[in-house]
Write a protein that binds this ligand. Structure first.
Ligand SMILES: [Zn+2]
Length: 255
């Protein structure tokens, strides 16, 4: 035989489901645009960093061109000195030109080293620029896609919130004063991380905060004989949790 609070507890379960869906949608409405904005900001920051790489690359490429030009110039001078050797006759002239060629050779070695160094720098920057660009392009494409799905989703949420508020408005007045008050205490309890007025039990354990409830309360909640609140989270005990599809899946996976 159903107890005096059977009806109230059934309505609290209904109200709880409506409230939870409403809270989730309200959170989504606030958090999704914030998350999109954060991603937009991250992309802007990454683009700035990418531009800095691009400008450093230009600097290094200019350095490379300068070093290559200087190298060519010294090589030309050395070639001219070699050419001159053919027409020299005195030992002093030959010795002086040999010294000049050797000195230019040293300069060439140094400049070749400089060119190699700056070429490595250019290669590294080119790679970094390409990977930064592709990361930014990927992030931007993802953001554009998520923004595109958010617009219609926003409209769906707004519509559903209006429906939920209407349904909540209908259910609330049908709940007895004691049950309604107990629900509100659980819902408003500042010690809880989430607004929620009701909780199911798993055995004698509150499924929300894992506090044990007296067995008599659990039974009375199940039978509709009394309104009791969890000793931990203060939410109204509304009986055993209905079997979820997730639990069934787990069983089938084990089998
Ligand atoms: Zn609890």
């Amino acid at each position: 035989m159903p107890g005096p609070f059977t009806e109230d507890i059934a309505r609290l379960i209904q109200l709880d489901a409506l409230d939870q869906e409403l809270l989730a949608l309200q959170a989504e409405q606030v958090e999704t645009p914030q998350a999109l904005e954060t991603r937009r900001g991250d992309i802007a920051a990454a683009s700035e960093a990418r531009d800095a790489i691009a400008s450093e690359l230009q600097t290094q490429e200019a350095k490379q061109r300068d070093a290559e030009r200087e190298l060519e110039e010294v090589e030309r001078r050395q070639a001219r000195a070699h050419k001159r050797m053919e027409s020299l006759s005195t030992n002093e002239q030959i010795a002086a030109t040999e010294r000049e060629i050797a000195k230019l050779g040293e300069q060439i070695d140094t400049l070749e080293g400089d060119v190699l160094e700056v070429m490595e720098e250019v290669d590294g920057l080119t790679e970094r620029l390409a990977s930064a660009t592709s990361a930014i392009d990927g992030a931007q494409a993802g953001l554009d896609a998520d923004k595109a799905t958010w617009d219609p989703r926003q409209a769906v949420i707004t519509g559903r919130i209006a429906e939920l508020e209407a349904a909540i408005g209908e259910v609330k007045p049908t709940i007895g004063a004691e049950a309604a008050k107990a629900y509100l205490i659980g819902y408003e309890n500042r010690g809880n991380r989430h607004h929620r007025g009701a909780t199911f039990t798993d055995g004698v354990m509150c499924t929300m905060c894992r506090t044990e409830a007296p067995a008599r309360w659990v039974n009375e909640a199940r039978n509709g004989d009394g309104i009791h609140r969890c000793l931990g989270c203060k939410r109204v005990l509304v009986g055993a949790a209905p079997k979820t599809e997730g639990a069934d899946d787990e069983e089938s996976e084990e089998a």
